[in-house]
Design a protein around this ligand. Structure first.
Ligand code: GLA
Length: 733
């Protein structure tokens, strides 16, 4: 079993194929963290903790005169609060007696096969091919009778450990949970870099790397969604870690709302990392016997750098997170109407775009924003999910039937979580949006956010959206969310429960997704929030692919897709060829390069096909065919970042390698051109040294070793030109 309790040593041991995670019940029954890292067989790593007299660090009451036992010094598995641990805290409570204190001691544990469940929240699931075991440890505060349950599930073969926390109020008085971190890990060292992925709308997930230093470094979101600005994924790694080398610890939060990750280097050069719901604006009331469930963090450890870490996440997210049956099938090549028409269309225009797209190898036409209510721009109509018959004379059914007759599937854009003030829904139910009485509501993109903490609002949306989905032959839904939350106040909740709204919104969102997505297993759902503003594992549980960014510029996309690939599988990264000059940057890049970049993800188009030349459409058709042929290699193969676009200004390259290493696709885009430039050599990765490969279009045979160590001389390319190498293994040289 991958989980054990060693009775005589009082250690809990979690073991995957390559890593070990160890904890120990200390004297006086506190739970200490001993180790997380490369697999070690020792059953008790308690010797790593060397008690010393640490003057100003207080000692628990039971320790008496023993000044060497301090929770302020020892590595904790879940820190106490208000009782001597002064580092960032796993929990903050206001107890029924007004005290701000929690000090948990181990009061029991349970080990069982299978994965724990988190009611109401998305989390990884075990498939029949996985060996998963679970450990639950109870930490009880004897004074307040508040109990915290730490949950761990171990995916042994996949080298993944998941963690979550539940809090139970066993007191006879109401308490408030003001902070609850799903994961705390105390490392006894501090020689780490903190890697995180920050950005902004249309420029998401830029890699940032900095050494940790004394005090607290923190990233997070308070925008109601996981956000464009920071992604709920971070890495702690050795200072010299790179793609192939060094210890890397990944932390990925399965949650789509406000989050925070904090890294603290303490006075003794130890490191505490915490990840969970953002405590800002969070205060959760727990009446006697009520329970709170905090979201899951997925932990991965690699002793061989970032590439290995990414492979661990890609594999587990593909197989144990994206649960849609559509996720397991080859994805359709989509043409989306947004950049082609924006709000300005009618059915004739749409049908013309679809008709021309057939020749480009497209499978599915997506009608984006503007098809419903009064919606000629973004100032009105959200909430009225009835078809606008002045634009679509035969309704959705008529349009989808005609699209189907062209041989294409039909998809639709919706933004269910929002309401425009100029809409029938808002006029009928002004109290259904998040807003504070007597305080003018803040607008974002002219719209307001519906109060998904309310069950009546959620049930209404489920009914409305289900009706839309059932009204035509809709096989694809792009689910959008285009503003951040402000004034998170619900009109039906008592004042002392308003601190729950941000979280209850996310629970409401998961509730409607559960009903709508599960009820339509045949529909492929695609996530979006102004592009990549809610690109997180919580959404991937429902939507197996996400519109990676509203930025379709192929050169900017190199950076955006690079950052995204650190944790999210290529099969989740939606990427489209759009028109040039590009609508976001004004840049012109060849059609070929736009296609090469877009096929480093879920390939598709976002342009007016009626305005393209015959040659351009022919090239698109060839690229669609090439992509479709190599879909499984791209979407399910092992992914290698060959360069870092933030460091290598000259070119960006990446590579997909099949699991059995018999085929591979490498792509390179020249991003900066100098006259009379030195010869470039592209060094591949992930092949077998001793195997031989042929590159399509080249008669030579190369050994894997030559391709990886000596490389391939890159042809002389103009700026923004690209080249692709498709390799297959051959029997012998
Ligand atoms: C967001 C999306 C776009 C498009 C528009 C429609 O910005 O990211 O792709 O769907 O909304 O309003």
């Amino acid at each position: 079993m991958s989980v054990r309790y060693v009775e005589d040593k009082k250690t809990f041991i979690l073991q995957t194929r390559h890593c070990t995670y160890q904890m120990k019940i200390s004297e006086y029954d506190y739970l200490l963290h001993l180790y997380y890292g490369e697999r070690i067989e020792d059953e008790d790593l308690g010797y790593l903790i060397r008690p010393q007299d640490r003057g100003f660090s207080p000692n628990p009451n039971e320790a008496g005169n023993d000044r060497t036992f301090s929770l302020d010094v020892f590595p904790q598995e879940f820190s106490s609060d208000g009782c001597s641990d002064y580092r960032v805290s796993s929990i903050e409570v206001k107890n029924g007696d007004g005290s701000y204190a929690f000090m948990g001691k181990v009061s029991g544990y349970n080990i069982y096969p299978g994965k724990y469940r988190l009611e109401g929240l998305p989390s990884l699931f075990a498939t029949e091919n996985d060996t998963v075991d679970t450990l639950e440890i109870w930490l009880r505060d004897a004074s307040t009778k508040v109990t915290v349950i730490l949950c761990y599930s171990v995916f042994e073969e996949k080298d993944i450990i998941t963690r979550a926390v539940k809090v139970f109020n066993g007191n006879e008085k109401t308490m408030y949970l003001n902070r609850i971190m799903s994961t705390t890990i105390d490392f006894m060292e501090s020689a780490f870099d903190f890697v995180h992925f920050d950005g902004r709308h249309t420029m998401e997930r830029n890699l940032t790397r900095e050494p940790i230093s004394y005090g607290v470094q923190s990233i997070g979101s308070t925008r109601g969604a996981s956000s464009h600005q920071h992604n709920p994924f971070v890495i702690l790694c050795d200072h010299d870690a790179n793609e192939e080398y060094g210890n890397c610890y990944g932390f990925s939060l399965v949650y789509s709302g406000n989050f925070r990750c904090e890294v603290e280097k303490d006075q003794f050069d130890q490191t505490r990392i915490q990840f969970g719901i953002n405590p800002k604006g969070f205060s959760y009331q727990l009446k006697p016997n009520e329970k709170f469930i905090a979201p899951e963090v997925v932990l991965a450890y690699s002793s061989q750098g970032f590439t290995k870490l990414s492979h661990l996440y890609h594999n587990v997210y593909r197989e144990n997170l994206c649960r849609s049956p559509r996720a397991k099938e080859i994805r359709p090549i989509v043409i989306n109407s947004w950049e082609a028409t924006y709000f300005n269309f009618d059915d004739t225009k749409l049908l013309n775009i679809a008709r021309e797209a057939v020749d480009m190898g497209v499978d599915l036409f997506v009608l984006d924003d503007g098809w419903f209510g009064k919606r000629d721009d973004d100032s009105s109509g959200l909430g009225d999910w009835n078809v606008n018959t002045s634009k679509l004379k035969k309704g959705l059914k008529g349009l989808s039937d005609e699209i189907n007759q062209l041989g294409l599937k039909f998809g639709l854009w919706i933004e269910p979580e929002m309401v425009s003030e100029d809409s029938n829904l808002y006029r009928a139910h002004p109290d259904w949006c998040l807003s504070i009485p007597k305080r003018p509501a803040t607008r974002g993109r002219f719209q307001l956010v519906l109060d998904l903490s309310r069950k009546d609002v959620c049930d209404y949306l489920i009914k409305e959206i289900n009706q839309v989905l059932d009204s035509a032959n809709i096989e694809y839904i792009k689910w959008d969310m285009n503003r951040c939350i402000t004034e998170a106040w619900s009109h039906v909740v008592e004042p002392d429960k308003q601190g729950e709204i941000y979280h209850r919104y996310v629970l409401g969102l998961y509730y409607i997704l559960d009903h709508i997505v599960l009820g339509h297993p045949d529909i492929l759902f695609d996530g979006c929030a102004g592009g990549g503003g809610r690109y997180d594992p919580g959404m991937l549980y429902y939507h197996p692919q996400i519109w990676c960014s509203d930025n379709t510029d192929a050169v900017n996309r190199l950076k955006i897709q690079y950052g995204t690939s650190f944790v999210y599988p290529i099969s989740t990264i939606e990427s489209h060829v759009s028109v040039c000059p590009n609508h976001q940057t004004g840049r012109t890049v060849s059609m070929k390069t736009r296609g090469v970049v877009a096929m480093n993800g879920i390939f598709g188009f976002e342009l007016d096909s009626t305005k393209m030349s015959r040659e351009e459409k022919e090239l698109c058709r060839e690229q669609s065919e090439f992509y479709r042929k190599h879909y499984w290699l791209i979407a399910n193969g092992d992914y290698y970042r060959l360069t870092n676009p933030f460091e290598n200004k000259e070119y960006t390259a990446w590579q997909h390698v099949s699991k059995d290493k018999t085929e591979s696709l490498a792509s390179l885009v020249l991003t900066d051109k100098e006259s009379n430039a030195p010869q470039l050599y592209l060094k591949l990765k992930g092949l077998n040294d001793s195997d031989f490969y042929r590159i399509q279009g080249d008669d030579r045979i190369y050994s894997g070793k030559a391709l990886m160590t000596a490389g391939i001389p890159v042809p002389n390319l103009a700026q923004y030109e690209s080249v692709q190498y498709y390799l297959t293994k051959v029997k012998e040289a």
